[in-house]
Design a protein around this ligand. Structure first.
Ligand code: 5GP
Ligand code: ZN
Length: 116
């Protein structure tokens, strides 16, 4: 698994790599996914490097989910989406490709092409 120094999401959090940030506060950052499965696909991450959602403490978990609710509502409003999926792939076997905890927010429209 990646160390802090080699982590692309840590680089985005620290603004050392490009990321389209849509929300940030002292604990969390939300940014658009570079390879969105649908328009508006957004990732919410803790500022601190944690390998996956189980590694976050209770405060970090609360902060991430406060942000997820806020960002999901904003994305849904902006895109007139009818619903959304939340996802946290955890472990390589589950498809986790970036070892920094993150929640996917995937806006959904009737008849869209994304299946999960
Ligand atoms: P996972 O596969 O770990 O559940 O999700 C990782 C997500 O991060 C993928 O949807 C992938 O497109 C996205 N991603 C990977 N590298 C970057 C990057 O450098 N910038 C951004 N914005 N997203 C990335
Ligand atoms: Zn990281």
């Amino acid at each position: 698994m990646e160390e802090d120094g080699a982590c692309v999401f840590c680089e985005i959090v620290r603004r050392r790599a490009d990321g389209h940030i849509v929300y940030e506060d002292g604990e969390v950052v939300a940014f658009l996914d570079a390879r969105p499965v649908v328009r508006g696909h957004t990732l919410v991450v803790p500022r601190i490097h944690r390998q996956n959602v189980l590694q976050m403490d209770e405060n970090e978990t609360a902060a991430v989910f406060r942000c997820v609710r806020r960002v999901a509502a904003a994305v849904i409003r902006a895109l007139h989406a009818e619903g959304f999926n939340l996802g946290a792939n955890t472990g390589q076997v589950a498809g986790q490709t970036v070892a920094h905890a993150h929640i996917h927010i995937i806006p959904r429209h009737q008849g869209d092409a994304f299946w999960c």
